[in-house]
Design a protein around this ligand. Structure first.
Ligand code: PLP
Length: 423
């Protein structure tokens, strides 16, 4: 039953008809398969279990920026995940989902004072520090609270990874991390601070990293860094090797996780430290789709447009990253093939999901899914054009659970205030 499968010429998710989900919950709607999330989690955890000793398994910190719905967080927690957060909001989501503070690592290049305070108060596992000003600020805030903050430093290895330049984070020119020219002096500075306990190094070179060798190249920089820091007399007891595992959007080859895990065994394990990983997209991306209805079929002398009821405000990846997303018809899947531009209703040409895509012939009222939308989908959505946010639905064991209801117009308009001078 796992995943997206056709039954009686209708697309189903984990055995539930997407036609029925649309009839009950309307469109557009984000729909997620719990089974696919579990399959992905088990694949990654399994590769690590095969390669590493039982007492040196990594802490798999789900990078919840990929999909921060509290039910998804809670589900991943039940599978054994820990959590990576980038904001006070994500910290609050994680705690609400039931994660213990010591399962949470805080990353990000611009941690605010209130975020740092909230993380210290909660007692998180560690801060992944990106700069000296950030380090000084954490020291100051921890001092004011009479605490000592546990930190690791994000090392920038100058290794380019990532499926698009906007999600590549490991190059010297990127805003992330600290290069080798200053990592040693920064570690020393931290060791001299009263309210900082430096315990290790982190690294995250980008997202949708499709060449497995790129990880190896980045890993190979770590022994030199770790050994030099140790020779300076400091402890390095944690190594956070980040996320970046790819999913399938079109014809990408999935990473050979056993290969990856063997490099963790061969390069990282001998450094004798607690291993932390931060997978995001990989755990949730292929589990999700947007279910959408055709509003109009517009035929011009040039092109055939399928105008659907979802738009770039719901899924921004195609226009932001020129990302490819698979699109499938939900019903009448054996209709003759036609070429379509699939577009949303928003007044921008950028509100285009694809051009010249071959799909079964469709009519007004027909349903389609936009695939691989479980990561960086709903969490990047907006109310542009005053469009209410779609619901999120998690399918588990043959039941569709609403995990975020569709936003109402009252929700959407109710927060805005007309000042007295206009009344
Ligand atoms: C520090 C950090 N860790 C982990 C991730 C997750 O990356 P991915 O979703 O590619 O696994 C990101 C993504 O931006 C990140 O910035």
């Amino acid at each position: 039953m796992s995943g997206y499968k056709e039954k009686n010429n209708v697309l189903h998710i984990d055995g539930v008809s997407l036609q029925e989900i649309a009839a009950t919950h309307g469109t557009p709607a984000y729909v997620y398969s719990a089974d696919v999330i579990k399959t992905q989690y088990d694949a990654l955890a399994g590769a690590m279990q095969r390669a590493l000793p039982a007492n040196q398994q990594p802490m798999l910190c789900y990078a919840c920026k990929a999909n921060s719905n509290i039910a998804i967080l809670s589900y991943l927690k039940s599978l054994g995940a820990s959590l990576e957060i980038v904001s006070e909001g994500e910290l609050r989501r994680g705690l609400k989902a039931g994660f213990k503070a010591e399962q949470i690592v805080s990353t990000g290049v611009g941690k605010s004072d209130s975020e740092i305070t909230a993380c210290l108060k909660a007692g998180i596992h560690q801060f992944n520090v990106e700069s000296i000003p950030e380090l000084e600020n954490i020291n100051r805030i921890a001092g004011g609270m009479g605490m000592v903050a546990t930190v690791v430093f994000r090392f920038n290895p100058n290794v380019s990874g990532g499926g698009h330049h906007k999600i590549s984070t490991g190059r010297k020119r990127d805003k992330f991390g600290i290069g080798e020219d200053s990592i040693y002096s920064t570690y020393q500075m931290a060791a001299d601070m009263e309210h900082i306990n430096p315990v290790g190094i982190s690294m995250h070179i980008g997202s949708q990293v499709c060449t497995v060798e790129t990880f190896k190249t980045a890993f190979e920089t770590l022994p030199r860094i770790v050994n030099t820091i140790r020779e300076q007399g400091h402890k390095v007891v944690r190594l956070d090797i980040g996320g970046g595992f790819p999913i399938i959007y079109k014809d990408e080859k999935l990473l050979d996780l056993d290969h990856y895990a063997e490099w963790v065994r061969d390069i990282i394990l001998p450094l004798n430290a607690e291993i932390i990983m931060e997978p995001g997209r990989y755990l949730v991306g292929n589990a999700g789709t947007i279910l959408t209805e055709v509003v109009y079929v517009k035929e011009t002398s040039d092109r055939n447009f399928l105008v659907v009821d979802t738009a770039m405000n719901d899924l921004i990846r195609p226009t932001l990253y020129d990302a490819y997303h698979g699109i499938e018809a939900v019903q009448n899947r054996d209709a003759p093939i036609t070429k379509y531009d699939v577009v949303g209703p928003i007044c921008e040409t950028g509100d285009t999901f694809t051009t010249d895509r071959e799909l079964p012939k469709m009519e007004r009222g027909d349903l389609a899914v936009i695939q691989s939308a479980g990561a960086y989908g709903f969490c990047m959505a907006s109310n542009y054009n005053t469009r209410p946010m779609p619901p999120e639905i998690l399918v588990k064991d043959g039941t569709a659970h609403v995990i975020t209801p569709r936003q109402t117009y009252d929700d959407l308009l109710g927060r805005e205030v007309i000042p007295d001078f206009l009344k």
